[in-house]
Design a protein around this ligand. Structure first.
Ligand SMILES: *Cc1c(COP(=O)(O)O)cnc(C)c1O
Length: 345
């Protein structure tokens, strides 16, 4: 059996030994009845970490985003989203399916929407048109290759929202990556939005779970929505326990992932067929164009897999992500495999 270096996503991270132990020893109760002390501890920790009143432990980021959209919107309303955002492209239409609202995509510069474009897309209701009620941001921005959306953009969008009576939700699946890369505290990003979601299950290495954070009143409504969506879980302290370790012990090491992603980008950027400017790699995600005279993207991925390197296809290219379970030796191995397949240029 080949021992793969798995660069497909930071979701492939396995829980640490300490997480496994915490899972085994977690004090649990029925969380739907409000009895699980470990979940309560995680929710308090998440709220405090983000400087918000309350938090809700959700089975996935998609459910947390779904609840966020539902809790800030009503029928006949519209949501401004960035055109490449996860919430718009990768979450199976929950805005229409669950909330009955339409997304309105807006172009951006590496995930940062121009405030002028946002203003131009706010709609006042009349007999023909929906009312805009929510703006969704994403940081880091997954489909822009893990780009960090600047804090100034948050401030500008906040002002627009306040001027127009709108709410702002942040898909902060990788907000800790953004913070580690920019030096901006997560609380600072959070202070400019009404709610945010972040994932415990990605680079932070917990086996499952995402947190939705907002004011207490909305989170209590969100708790009812979570139950209605089938996300009420019982003795789920066994999953909250590794989540607490994810938040308290796994954040600082994300920096190492960023260093490795940059190194990988630098080394392979010079090879034939690979189109990436290493300067655009800010965090753990590399998305590069791949145009080779004889090798297609799928053939390239197959050749890489034969040599033990896993990556994913994206439109016109390849996506690789660094994380806890790929170290320096995996990066070196990947670079070697790329050189073997593509030559040294
Ligand atoms: C992974 C991800 C989500 C959703 O998380 P799941 O737990 O996979 O449902 C949302 N937004 C972004 C940007 C993500 O990368």
């Amino acid at each position: 059996m080949i021992n793969y270096s798995d660069f497909r996503s930071d979701t492939v991270t396995r829980p640490t030994e300490k997480m496994r132990k915490a899972m085994a020893e977690a004090v649990v109760g029925d969380d739907v009845l409000g009895d699980d002390p470990t979940v309560q501890k995680l929710e308090e920790l998440a709220a405090e970490t983000m400087g918000k009143e309350a938090a809700l432990f959700c089975p996935s980021g998609t459910m947390a985003n779904s609840i966020a959209v539902k809790m800030w919107t009503n029928i006949l309303e519209e949501v401004i989203v960035e055109e490449r955002s996860h919430i718009y492209n990768m979450e199976s239409t929950h805005m229409t399916f669950i909330s009955g609202v339409t997304p309105r995509p807006v172009r951006s510069e590496r995930g940062a929407m121009d405030p002028k474009d946002v203003i131009a897309n706010i709609r006042k209701p009349n007999v023909h048109t929906p009312r805009t009620s929510l703006i969704c941001l994403e940081n880091t921005h997954n489909n822009w290759g893990g780009s960090v959306v600047p804090l100034d953009n948050f401030k500008a969008i906040r002002k627009i929202a306040d001027d127009n009576g709108l709410r702002v939700h942040l898909d902060g699946a990788r907000i800790f990556n953004a913070s580690q890369a920019s030096g901006v505290p997560v609380k600072e990003y959070a202070s400019h939005v009404d709610s945010l979601m972040f994932c415990l299950s990605k680079g932070l290495s917990a086996p499952a779970g995402s947190m939705l954070v907002a004011n207490r009143e909305r989170i209590e409504f969100g708790r009812r929505l979570r139950k209605a969506l089938g996300g009420g879980m019982r003795q789920v302290g066994v999953l909250a326990a590794p989540g607490i370790i994810a938040l308290t012990e796994m954040v600082d090491r994300l920096k190492d992932d960023h260093v490795r992603a940059k190194k990988l980008a630098r080394e392979i950027s010079v090879l034939p067929g690979i189109k990436i400017d290493p300067a655009t790699v800010e965090t753990d995600i590399l998305i590069f164009g791949f145009e080779h005279p004889t090798i297609t993207v799928s053939a390239m991925l197959e050749k890489m897999k034969e040599k033990g390197i896993l990556a994913l296809a994206v439109l016109g290219g390849i996506r690789m992500v660094t994380h806890k379970d790929v170290g320096d030796e995996d990066v070196d191995r990947a670079v070697k495999v790329f050189r073997e397949i593509l030559g040294r240029s």
